[in-house]
Design a protein around this ligand. Structure first.
Ligand code: SAH
Length: 346
């Protein structure tokens, strides 16, 4: 099969042009055609000579994800089901709020972490996504909607830091001026806390925002609900988050509020003690239920009580109202196989 140029980084594309006897900037041009002008073939690349276009069409192809289904919710979220070349389906969510347009991107097919409250875990894990498959989710949404994408969040299916090399390469495509041109400050990587991956991200030149899904300040409970804690001790995760906030940018601690599990004032107190001295924001996410999982969202009074307790702290606290719940597109609800089968029986 012809080599797929979508999997080629900008540096590799420049080298490729040099290898073919052309100036490296020709590589920039092809890169822009692919990532900015949504080219799916070479004929449209009119700023390249006919010879190059013909030669490249013979030797290469440009293939990414295909959209197999789209589901829209009343509140402005759209869920895209995207299919990879080897026929796996992943989910990408497009969220519009006033001036901000956000793409929530998947980094793996399924997820190996098995957090007990998250629907993606129910799917099991199939494989890591390649860098171009991660970046192509953003490009595809841009192509389909015509919107200028302002923000990216790596909060879809999968654990980004278990696929760190491909994720870093994808972010380079997303944030490069020759690529999708999205600002690193508007790009957030969310992790359940993978120590090796956090170290790699710290050592990289990227300055994207980091969000750590803390969720359960009690280590025993966290280990139960998020088994990843066993091999990635929370204390070390927090030390790395602290280092990130000092060397790169303020971190966010995500906290999924689950009824009677982690929504007591003593949990809030423990949370503040744990993150004391770390330049950070707290993002509260009231739990989004899933038909196959036993957990519930706390009532409004319990959410408000927890929120208010935190407001006295030095941290900025936000309460995220997830969009797309009715179409199972909100945080922790991405799990197409099961959602579809439940719809079929109900
Ligand atoms: N694996 C990464 C990114 C995917 S999950 C991580 O753990 O950060 C993105 C966010 O959704 C995480 O903060 C996670 O804790 C949260 N989440 C998972 N299931 C949820 C649910 N059912 N309701 C609300 N948030 C959920």
């Amino acid at each position: 099969m012809k080599h797929n140029l979508k999997g080629t980084s900008l540096a590799q594309m420049r080298q490729l042009m040099t290898d073919h006897g052309h100036a490296p900037y020709r590589g920039d041009q092809i890169f822009q055609w692919i990532w900015q002008k949504h080219a799916h073939g070479f004929t449209v690349m009119t700023n390249l000579s006919k010879d190059i276009r013909v030669l490249f069409a013979e030797q290469y192809r440009i293939c990414g994800l295909t959209v197999s289904d789209t589901i829209s919710s009343q509140d402005g979220a759209v869920k895209y089901m995207m299919t990879t070349e080897d026929n796996h389906t992943i989910e990408t969510v497009f969220i519009t709020e006033e001036k901000r347009t956000t793409v929530c991107v998947s980094t793996q097919v399924g997820c190996p972490l098995n957090c007990s409250f998250c629907a993606t875990g129910l799917m099991g894990f199939t494989r890591n996504l390649r860098a171009y498959e991660i970046a192509d989710q953003v490009r595809t949404v841009q192509e389909k909607t015509g919107a200028r994408i302002t923000n990216i969040v790596l909060m879809g299916m999968g654990e980004p830091l278990l696929n760190v090399q491909e994720v870093l390469a994808a972010l380079e495509i997303c944030c490069a001026p020759n690529g999708l041109g999205i600002s690193q400050r508007h790009t957030t990587l969310s992790t359940a806390g993978i120590i090796d991956g956090m170290k790699t991200l710290l050592a990289s030149s990227l300055k994207v925002k980091l969000a750590v899904s803390l969720n359960f300040p009690d280590v025993k409970m966290r280990t139960q609900m998020m088994p990843v804690t066993k091999s990635n001790p929370l204390a070390e995760v927090l030390n790395l988050a602290r280092a990130y906030s000092i060397r790169k940018s303020m971190v966010t601690f995500e906290y999924v509020l689950i009824d009677r599990i982690n929504d007591r004032i003593q949990d809030a107190r423990l949370l503040l003690r744990l993150i004391k001295g770390i330049r950070s924001k707290i993002n509260l996410i009231p739990y989004n239920p899933h038909p196959r999982l036993p957990y519930r969202r706390p009532d409004e009074a319990r959410i408000a009580r927890f929120h208010e307790y935190l407001l006295d702290s030095p941290h900025t606290v936000t309460l995220r109202r997830s969009k797309g719940q009715e179409i199972m597109a909100a945080c922790g609800q991405l799990c197409h196989l099961l959602v579809h089968s439940t719809e079929a029986v109900s």
